[in-house]
Design a protein around this ligand. Structure first.
Ligand SMILES: O=C(O)C[C@H]1C=CC(=O)O1
Ligand SMILES: [Mn+2]
Length: 386
């Protein structure tokens, strides 16, 4: 029995795959995205209250060890039987039980924990952020990723974002071309934007350590503020060496798969900044622990994304809003990269920030007709629902 709520039995766990086109090709060092697959999870209790969660990865298996399809099949086959009939309101107990029976599968666990937490917060009539200690801020700064692969197009895109007052922090995806070509591309963009925008790069592990030495010197000279994951995820010592030898801040992203990595990275002084992500951390509680380790080790924080749609983006935002400091802002722009809206009321992006809603749970309402129209298992061909 929960101290504030009667037990609520879990009746259904549904997993939907939604394929949503991106507004333009999104080029990363390891893949080019033309669509994103949202794995949506809806968990409904015997009181009729439903909670939503989401898992996403990037480019199938190109970025992480879970694919949208593996997330669905592993939830359906292994996780749902652990949940059905159990008390929906004991979120920590449910996640502990899953952890005892399911190794890995961080993204799947994140979607489940988010859905349970959303439903619990809705039953309590409080925003999801309240379950994690309450908000320190009501809006979050939002970076935009320039990843068209074309310098002139990226500059045009950045100018548009600045004019609309939507973003003034720009992350450039590099690593697919030579170090010199990539750094010339970045320098041209920084020259065009000047002090009007912060320019950062994400190499997504593409450089060797010696390439990173050269690249980081060129990037520092160009006025870039930060380099994200320049070298292989497993090379924590290498990150530390680069950090010692360069004046540009280093952010760990793919190296950081939850609290244990956070501890190890902090211990060897591998990074100035952690990109904390709810999916990579195995859920909201894991991401909160990453933030706590960062705070204890005086590592700065950045709210990262796995290019989630509206549900995962808002779940991340609800948690990140509880962080005491968020020195490098966030990149919770995922829904803006997609051509289709799945919410009845879109998220509010303005004045370079995402505003947090005040309603219970995630504080968002899905447009179920739009969700159904985008489902991979829909009966009718996809038509634009925008
Ligand atoms: O950070 C990553 O590596 C993943 C993701 C975040 C933004 C983006 O464009 O890609
Ligand atoms: Mn990254």
């Amino acid at each position: 029995m929960n101290s504030t709520l009667p037990a609520t039995s879990i009746e259904t766990v549904e997993v939907l795959l939604l394929d949503v086109p991106t507004i333009r090709p999104h080029r990363l060092s390891m893949t080019t995205m033309h669509r994103q697959t949202l794995v949506l999870v809806r968990i409904t209790g015997n009181d009729g209250v439903a909670g939503w969660g989401e898992a996403t990865t990037i480019g199938g298996l190109a970025y992480g060890e879970e694919s949208p399809e593996s997330i669905k099949v592993n939830i359906d086959t292994y996780i749902t039987p652990l949940l059905l009939g159990a008390d929906a309101n004991q979120v920590a107990a449910r996640m502990h039980h899953i952890g005892e029976h399911v190794q890995g599968n961080r993204f799947a666990k994140c979607a489940i924990e988010t859905a349970l937490s959303d439903a619990l917060a809705r039953r309590l009539g409080v925003p999801l952020s309240t379950l994690f200690g309450g908000r320190v801020r009501e809006s979050l700064p939002i970076a935009w990723t320039l990843a068209s692969g074309d310098t002139a197009r990226d500059i045009e895109e950045a100018e548009k974002m600045l004019a609309q007052r939507r973003h003034n922090i720009f992350k450039l995806k590099i690593g697919a071309r030579t170090v010199q070509q990539d750094c010339a591309h970045v320098a041209a963009i920084k020259r065009a934007l000047g002090e009007r925008g912060s320019v950062r790069v994400d190499v997504n592990q593409a450089w060797t350590e010696t390439e990173a030495m050269l690249g980081m010197q060129l990037l520092a000279d160009a006025g870039v503020d930060l380099v994200e994951q320049p070298i292989a995820a497993s090379n924590h010592d290498g990150l530390g060496r680069l950090r010692q030898k360069n004046r540009i801040a280093i952010m760990a992203d793919e190296s950081l798969h939850g609290p244990q990595d956070a501890y190890q990275l902090a211990r060897v002084g591998a990074a100035d900044v952690f990109a904390v992500k709810i999916n990579q951390s195995g859920g909201l509680a894991g991401a909160q622990q990453v933030a706590a380790i960062a705070a204890a080790a005086q590592v700065e924080l950045y709210g990262g994304t796995m290019l989630e749609g509206a549900i995962g983006t808002m779940a991340s935002a609800q948690l990140f809003a509880t962080f005491g400091t968020l020195a490098w802002g966030t990149e919770l722009f995922g829904p803006l990269l997609l051509t289709e809206e799945i919410l009845a009321t879109p998220l509010r992006y303005r004045d370079f920030a995402l505003e947090l809603p005040s309603g219970p749970g995630l504080g968002i309402t899905l447009d179920e007709d739009r969700v159904n129209a985008l489902r991979r298992d829909r009966k009718t061909p996809l038509v634009s629902v925008a």
